[in-house]
Design a protein around this ligand. Structure first.
Ligand code: ATP
Ligand code: MG
Length: 359
């Protein structure tokens, strides 16, 4: 039975929700941290529109909240900076650049940036909210259970991230910070790429407009491509290949539980991409098909021209290996069954049923 109310009932509800949400905000807007930074939390309303509901996660540079958009009634994600020593105007400018750059890219595997603004001295960015956990957390959880991600799960994640990244590249945009903690996965295995803090437009005309830089690193050292560490200036077509290198490093982590080059100091970490050949995946995980090593070696090639030409090509190579290993496993299982029958064992349930149907 559907219940219909007079229109004023709907408005009354909206006002009630607003009043409830405003109440803690009014108390909170006066409160600041000892360093003079604004204290944010449930009930804070930014620019009279985005009402923070709960803290979702804290990255290296920003905190991300789940929020209600009081204009569109959508649930959104709002990112605010944690960086100290950078002028709010500079961060606001960076957030606007990210929103503008990402507006050109719409893809189901890319988190959509909806808005960027400033509330007093607080810059913020509004994104589509993607429920789920990061692929980093997924890897961590399976390591905790002393397991690794199955090749079919890894190839499903890779396929989606590759599709999203290729869409960015076709739009002339480099992500610049591809890593498992910037991939969000939901319970149906749908994956979306987030965190556009290092995006850069390198397509036609875009390369001449440098984005304002915030932060000190041009990427996360564990995943960063060697050409970036060397500060090499690449021809336009090869600029996208830094993302495919980082995708290769993320692939290696999904397969083995840790990035390809690890170390205790920054010097040790950056030696890897520059000087050390990619480690063999099968050494860390013997159940992997041996051919995976050739895929990893090509994905992590020091020279950009030797890598896969697109992220999709890398994901296709892993798909093929996954299908091959699935067929091998199926053949192995039916061989086991045949041997068991030869030894006078019982037929597995499904086969016995089908055999009696056929007779
Ligand atoms: N749109 C979103 N929907 C849901 N969760 C999100 C969204 N954007 C970010 N997150 C979560 O917030 C975390 C931090 O966000 P983000 O990576 O953008 O911040 P950061 O400070 O730039 O991170 P980093 O540590 O990579 O520098 C992500 O790892 C993810 O868990
Ligand atoms: Mg991040």
């Amino acid at each position: 039975m559907s219940s219909r109310h007079a229109p004023w009932v709907g408005w009354f509800r909206v006002m009630l929700v607003l009043a409830r949400r405003m109440q803690p905000h009014l108390a909170m807007s006066r409160s600041r941290t000892s360093e003079g930074r604004r204290r944010l939390g449930p009930g804070t309303i930014l620019q009279g529109r985005y009402c923070l509901e709960r803290l979702l996660a804290q990255g290296g540079l920003g905190a991300v909240f789940v929020a209600a958009d009081l204009v569109s009634y959508q649930t959104v994600a709002v990112k605010v900076p944690l960086t100290r020593g950078v002028a709010p105007e500079q961060i606001a400018q960076r957030y606007r650049y990210e929103a503008l750059t990402m507006a050109a890219v719409r893809h189901p595997n890319i988190v959509q940036v909806l808005d960027a603004g400033q509330d007093g001295d607080l810059p913020f960015q509004v994104m589509q909210y993607v429920p789920g956990k990061t692929v980093k957390a997924l890897i961590h959880d399976s390591c905790e259970r002393r397991r690794t991600l199955g090749l079919s799960v890894v190839s499903a994640i890779l396929r989606q991230v590759a599709a999203g990244l290729d869409a960015m590249h076709e739009g002339g945009v480099v992500h610049g910070d591809v890593k498992p903690s910037n991939m969000i996965i939901d319970s149906e295995l749908h994956v979306a790429i987030c965190d556009f803090g290092l995006v850069r437009s390198v397509g036609a005309g875009g390369g001449t407009v440098p984005p304002p830089e915030v932060g000190v690193l041009g990427g996360t050292p564990l995943y960063v491509a060697p050409e970036l560490l060397l500060g090499a200036e690449l021809p336009p077509k090869q600029r996208y290949l830094r993302d495919s290198y980082s995708l290769g490093a993320s692939l290696y982590e999904m397969l083995t539980g840790q990035p390809p080059f690890v170390g205790r100091t920054l010097d040790e970490i950056v030696r890897g991409p520059l000087l050390v050949p990619p480690p063999r995946g099968v050494d860390r995980r013997p159940d992997l098909p041996a051919a995976i090593d050739a895929v990893v070696v090509r994905a992590l090639a020091k020279a950009p021209a030797q890598r896969y030409r697109s992220c999709e090509q890398l994901s296709l190579a892993v798909d093929q290996l996954e299908q091959l290993s699935r067929r091998r496993r199926a053949a192995h299982r039916s061989e086991e069954r045949r041997r068991s029958l030869d030894r006078g064992g019982t037929m597995p349930y499904g086969i016995a049923e089908r055999a009696s149907e056929l007779c």
